[in-house]
Design a protein around this ligand. Structure first.
Ligand code: F6P
Length: 543
């Protein structure tokens, strides 16, 4: 792969950026009102309006050329066929196989993985049904009423997103909570008022070595043994999701209650593997299958649609356009659906752990900025906090806004107000209100200079009919593939995450020092003083 910035398409985009950077969305719409119709797309039940972006046909053509010159389609096909595109870990990347139909053939390392996937799905389905029906009994014979998912990163954010988003469809009388943080306060909070006889822990960890998860799992095990009076209770109240079966068995989990997956599923791409077990128990096997079907529909679209009509490709390229040419450092995710409150956090891991890389897949420095900072909050809430900066701040923050035609509640008027806000925000961000318009409305010039909003702030508008399992599946796959497209253009390995290892390594070292009471001389002066302060406070607390 040659130098990215030397490619003809990159050079064309740079020259084109100089022409279009000062153009206002108002002018782009005046010149070409048809763009409101032309720059829209439907796929897998999602409708995308990307017309309120600072681009025109020339921009799009150059972006598609860039994707071609970078071999994005060939890279996509390599991923889908099980090639080891996770080069630094020498692994296939096949989260798309998790939602493949039973009769599909997808090979990793020469082995068809689809039967394995469906075997685990069947196992999960039977387990979910046993919990939901009350057939599964705890150690003292009571049915399970609380599930606590212990896991972090992808072993937390995915199942939590699905559970929260689809809660209206979940079984009543069964609560699910999620414990990720090593801060014991989170576990204590989850255990409060729970009866161990009715509580089941899903210990979700791909590696089964993650310090936070294992610490919480051990505390949960102690709580169970203490509450139920027998070590044997652990097997009835703990199940595991992991590729590391041996470690889960050593922990005390019955081998029949370990739900496996495979090294070709990255943590942040694992929600539709057994990692989604807690969510599946809550919503049932049929709705979980719908989630997979939604993702599959988006996979099929991503695989077959030409670049010019390919939703994940278009979203990925637009994001890259702002990042690499306009210098936008962040992307805001604004779901106008409270049930998607955890979507920004989920996408944060997906995008930032995938593309937050400064070296490419060959280990060489990437010449341009890579993954943008992803953040966000549910729509409307954000309007009363950070939207001020979106409107009048000095930074360009492209936004993805997401809404649904039908409400999830029976409060239609509330939904109309929500949707009115969604459309108003996108319109106001794009077109603003000039000083002249304000004066025409009778606002004196002394105030107009403060009230004026320049507009020209871009948004993608994603609409679905209803927030349901299928739509959520499509949304998840849309962002997975959009992140893939960006990573493919930058040439990074979007599927490893070496950066997070350094902090883990240091924490392991420091916990030993805290526990032995002796701080080594190898720390910097600031860390030494911080540790000394903490250890003095700890001694005082114990004394
Ligand atoms: O620390 C980052 C990470 O490795 C993520 O990639 C992963 O989702 C998370 O930790 C949890 O890992 P595991 O599922 O192995 O406990």
């Amino acid at each position: 792969m040659g130098h990215l910035t030397m490619l003809p398409a990159w050079q064309a985009l740079r020259a084109h950026y100089d022409e279009i950077r000062s153009r206002h969305l108002r002018d782009l719409f005046t010149e070409d009102p048809e763009r409101a119709k032309r720059y829209t797309l439907e796929a897998a039940g999602l409708f995308l309006d990307y017309s309120k972006n600072r681009l025109n046909d020339q921009t799009l053509e150059a972006l598609f050329n860039l994707a071609r010159e970078r071999g994005v389609e060939a890279q996509r096909d390599a991923m889908l066929s099980g090639a080891h595109i996770n080069t630094s870990e020498d692994r296939a990347v096949l989260h798309t196989a998790l939602r493949a139909p039973r009769d599909a053939v997808i090979c990793a390392n020469g082995h068809n993985v689809v039967p394995d996937v469906h075997k685990v799905l069947d196992h999960m389905g039977a387990f979910a049904q046993a919990i939901r029906s009350g057939a599964w009994r705890g150690f003292t014979g009571q049915p399970i009423r609380h599930i606590i998912n212990i896991g972090i990163g992808g072993s937390f954010l995915g199942p939590q997103l699905v559970y929260e988003a689809l809660k209206p469809y979940a079984l009543r009388g069964l609560t699910c909570s999620f414990v990720a943080n090593i801060d014991g306060a989170e576990l204590a909070n989850a255990l409060q008022d729970k009866d161990p006889a009715e509580t089941l822990f899903v210990i979700a960890s791909k590696t089964f070595t993650t310090l936070e998860t294992l610490t919480n799992a051990q505390l949960a095990r102690d709580w169970l043994v203490e509450g139920l009076g027998a070590q044997a209770a652990v097997a009835r109240h703990c199940v595991a999701v992991s590729v590391n079966v041996q470690a889960a068995v050593e922990f005390g989990i019955d081998a029949n209650n370990i739900f496996g997956f495979w090294d070709w599923v990255g943590g942040r791409y694992s929600v539709e593997s057994a990692i989604g077990l807690t969510a599946m128990v809550a919503i049932g096997g049929d709705l979980f299958a719908e989630l997979l079907a939604g993702s599959r529909a988006m996979d099929e679209h991503f695989q077959s649609a030409p670049l010019g009509a390919n939703m994940p490709a278009i979203m990925g390229l637009i994001s890259l356009w702002y990042n690499n040419f306009f210098g936008a450092q962040t992307v805001a995710i604004l779901p106008y659906a409270h049930a998607l409150a955890r979507l920004p956090a989920y996408l944060q891991q997906l995008a930032m752990e995938s593309n937050g890389k400064r070296v490419d897949a060959r280990g060489e420095l990437v010449e341009v900025d890579t993954g943008p900072i992803v953040w966000g909050e549910p729509g409307v809430d954000g309007q009363h906090s950070f939207h001020q900066l979106l409107y009048q701040g000095t930074r360009l923050v492209p936004c993805d806004m997401i809404g649904f035609m039908e409400p999830l509640s029976r409060y239609q008027r509330s939904h109309d107000l929500l949707m009115a806000s969604l459309f108003a925000q996108a319109e106001a961000l794009a077109f603003g209100r000039t000083g002249e318009q304000l004066r025409a409305l009778g606002v004196p010039p002394s105030r107009a200079k403060f009230e004026a909003c320049e507009g020209n702030r871009p948004t993608n508008m994603l609409l679905g009919q209803r927030l349901d399992a299928r739509t959520l599946g499509a949304l998840i796959a849309l962002y997975e593939h959009s992140v893939f497209v960006q990573g493919a253009i930058w040439g990074v390995d979007s599927f490893d995450q070496w950066g997070v290892e350094l902090g883990k390594d240091m924490a392991r070292h420091i916990i030993q020092e805290i526990e032995t009471g002796s701080v080594g001389a190898d720390h910097d002066p600031s860390t030494r003083r911080l540790l000394a302060r903490y250890m003095a406070a700890r001694r005082a607390g114990q004394g």
